[in-house]
Write a protein that binds this ligand. Structure first.
Ligand code: ADP
Ligand code: MG
Length: 434
């Protein structure tokens, strides 16, 4: 790509985003985020779920005004939705009652472009993205990959200076996702994409290394740009190239780097129960422990190698590893995972003892589980509506994260027989609990 000395297309300066919860505290999602983006580059924002990536994209697009800091777009302070920025979402967000052609034209209607011109440009975008012939099809007649192509065409049809993509491939199956990534990069390399720069959010390390010129690694709680990496490999990139795999390893290291040396945990949330949990099944947790304790790992593994061996993507493996870390069954640092004494003990013991050990770990390290159990113990009928905890969580996180967190604690609490959960009544209970 050409090196440009012109002012950046986009500058994010000292942006902070907090959500108001209650009188006592605000949830700080982004803090002191700085980044700039020039024409000719594809930049990746890589971070764990909940780190504030989508929030940052909404700020960049002008849909959300930051609590503090500013966004400069073409050198001018952004107020309201930015002209020349288009967004592609993870879920396809198409109108089911409109054809492909009409779904793409929607992008232009707001601009007051005459009908004939709209039609011509939509056809062009549809052809470019490989959907020629499907103009009059409806979304329900298309595969997921084709629907996402429509989403891309709708963004491209406005010839935006900046294309924002929020995990655009994560809802697709592996092969479809790879085809779409490759097609997009081919178009970009050939100079056929009518955009000046791309900012894409992903939690997939390989995807970032495959597509981006620059990768900004985001830290969580609060989200900020923790480190930056360049990927100078020419396109098309080969995932098996040692330079490629080295970059992937480096990023694993950055993403699991300890911020405070010697500390086993990420910074705890201000409100302990408000730590988002990943709904990782206890089967997966036990499976990873068993894998780790056995040869060739003997209790310690490099995460990239482990991901390859288990055929998991980073964003599948990291939540499992982090959950083990939360429960102090393993320690994750600098791209490695290592079983703790407790982890080894868990591996060596039988089902009953495992459940007990798991219960102990929940009581010690998962404040939400402790709170649920406490409420149940105190109530005369030992039942409590899940709604009450869902509400509490939603004060500190979005409804989606609250639901995932609740699902996690339900499955772990059941396994540990710390409490049960009655689906029908949406209530926690002490039935069958120890
Ligand atoms: P990511 O895209 O990295 O997964 P998000 O930007 O979606 O992260 O969310 C970052 C954090 O902000 C999460 O903890 C989420 O629960 C919280 N959050 C997002 N939107 C809201 C909202 N409208 N109200 C309260 N919390 C929110
Ligand atoms: Mg997101």
């Amino acid at each position: 790509m050409d090196t440009i000395i012109a002012p950046p297309l986009l500058e994010v300066k000292a942006c902070r985003q907090s959500y108001h919860k209650d009188a006592s505290a605000d949830l700080i999602v982004l803090d002191d985020v700085n980044l700039s983006l020039h024409g000719g580059e594809i930049v990746g924002l890589l971070g764990k779920s909940g780190s504030g990536k989508s929030t940052l994209l909404r700020i960049v697009s002008g849909l959300l005004a930051p609590t503090a800091g500013e966004v400069l777009w073409h050198g001018a302070k952004l107020r309201g939705p930015a002209a020349g920025v288009a967004m592609v979402f993870q879920s396809f967000a198409l109108f089911p009652w409109l054809t492909v052609q009409e779904n793409v034209e929607i992008g232009l209607e707001a601009q007051g472009i005459a009908r004939a011109e709209r039609e011509r440009r939509a056809e062009e975008a549809i052809a470019l993205i490989g959907l020629g012939g499907y103009e009059s099809a409806y979304p329900k007649e298309l595969s997921g990959g084709m629907r996402q192509r429509v989403g891309l065409a709708r963004a491209l049809v406005v010839h935006p200076d900046l294309l924002l993509m929020d995990e655009p491939f994560s809802a697709l199956d592996v092969l479809t996702a790879e085809t779409l990534r490759t097609d997009l990069i081919d178009l970009w390399s050939e100079g056929k994409l009518p955009v000046k720069a791309i900012l894409m959010v992903t939690h997939n390390i390989e995807e970032a290394v495959l597509m981006c010129d620059r990768i900004l690694v985001f830290s969580s709680n609060p989200g900020r740009v923790a480190s930056e990496l360049r990927v100078d490999l020419p396109h098309p990139r080969n995932r098996l190239d040692p330079v490629f795999t080295q970059k992937v390893d480096d990023i694993y290291g950055l993403m699991t780097r300890r911020t405070t040396p010697g500390r086993a945990q990420a910074v705890p949330a201000a409100v302990p129960i408000a730590t988002p949990l990943h709904p990782v099944s206890t089967n997966l947790l036990a499976g990873l422990i068993e894998t780790l304790v056995a040869a060739p790992y003997d209790g310690r593994a490099a995460l990239p190698a482990l991901a390859a061996a288990l055929q998991l993507e980073a964003d599948e493996l990291l939540p499992i590893a982090e959950t083990l870390q939360t429960l102090r069954l393993a320690d994750v640092a600098e791209g490695d995972i290592l079983l703790t004494e407790d982890g080894r003990r868990f591996a060596a013991t039988d089902t009953e003892a495992r459940k007990q050990q798991f219960a102990t770990a929940l009581r010690a390290h998962v404040p939400l589980a402790v709170m649920i159990r406490q409420v149940l113990d105190e109530r005369w009928n030992h039942r409590a509506p899940a709604l009450r905890f869902r509400d509490e969580l939603e004060d500190h996180m979005s409804p989606d994260y609250a639901e995932e967190t609740l699902r996690a604690v339900i499955s772990w609490g059941r396994y540990a027989e710390l409490f049960s959960y009655d689906e029908e009544a949406d209530q926690f209970t002490l039935e069958d609990a120890e």
